[in-house]
Design a binder for this molecule. Structure first.
Ligand code: DGL
Length: 266
């Protein structure tokens, strides 16, 4: 048993979309979240910068007592896991890409046309394709970077014509040319535009990797006998800049659970 909190992090508010699945799957755990809202987006930065920022965040979470590092960010998961594992050899690290890739390789079939959307860094890394084809080389996979989604979402521009136009701009040709029928949200910000995506492409099957991440975290904690008995304090949501959208989204997601908000600048 281990009552220390689960450290969860992202470049900004996107990783908050993983909190509900984590708390549903692990109701006795306490969350220590950090979003680097002052420096988001990471998705168009160099791998060196992403690695350096990720190590700073992980240092902070571990110093605050995190027992596991949950990377609720595809961009960081595609880039910085080796550096994080080298810095914290004794702490389990759960990236969001591997569990989703495992599930896609197991459950999808060659008749499907799978589209993966994400940031430039995630798409250029080909991390999803690599992890999927390693387990199942017979699937049809296409990927598309959608770099304007994250800045718009961080600004709260969601229920808006601008977002709908941006969705069509990036995805109309992609979906049509490749006959995409299954869309993987390869960025944790994208569940926040789920309704825009469904409105634009009502027939698509949409996969949000947050659920498989939560199951993988539970599996890791069980294997290491690190599950908590009960939450022994409030969930803490930290950010490098407490933007209005970040704070509002926490209130929406956390509902009636106990939580605190913290500012941590780098
Ligand atoms: N939410 C992050 C992800 O899953 C990336 C956002 C960013 O570009 O910073 O990739």
């Amino acid at each position: 048993m281990d009552n220390r909190p689960i450290g969860v992090f992202d470049s900004g508010l996107g990783g908050l979309t993983c909190i509900e699945p984590l708390l549903q799957t692990l109701p006795n755990e306490r969350i220590l979240y950090f979003g680097d809202t002052a420096r988001t987006p990471y998705g168009s930065k160099s791998p060196e910068t992403i690695e350096a920022f990720s190590l700073q965040i992980a240092d902070y979470l571990v110093a605050q007592g995190a027992k596991i590092l949950v990377i609720a960010c595809n961009t960081i998961s595609s880039t910085a896991i080796p550096a994080l594992a080298a810095r914290f050899p004794e702490i389990p690290i759960a990236g969001i890409i591997e569990p989703a890739a495992f599930m896609i390789a197991r459950d999808c079939n060659p008749a499907q046309s799978i589209g993966i959307i994400g940031t430039k860094v995630t798409v250029h890394s080909r991390a999803y394709e690599g992890a999927i084809t390693q387990r199942n080389s017979g699937l049809r996979i296409h990927a598309k970077a959608c770099p304007a989604f994250v800045p718009l979402i961080e600004e709260g521009i969601i229920e808006s014509e601008i977002m709908d136009l941006t969705v069509h701009h990036y995805l109309d040709d992609f979906v049509r040319c490749h006959g995409i029928d299954t869309l993987v949200l390869g960025c944790t910000h994208y569940p926040l535009i789920l309704e825009n995506l469904i409105r634009a492409y009502p027939l698509l099957q949409i996969i949000d990797p947050a659920q498989t991440l939560a199951l993988a975290v539970r599996e890791t904690l069980i294997q290491r006998d690190m599950l908590a008995e009960k939450p022994d304090g409030p969930n803490v949501f930290g950010a490098s800049d407490l933007s209005e959208n970040f704070v509002n989204l926490i209130h929406r997601i956390i509902k009636n659970r106990d939580f605190k908000i913290a500012l941590r600048k780098f």
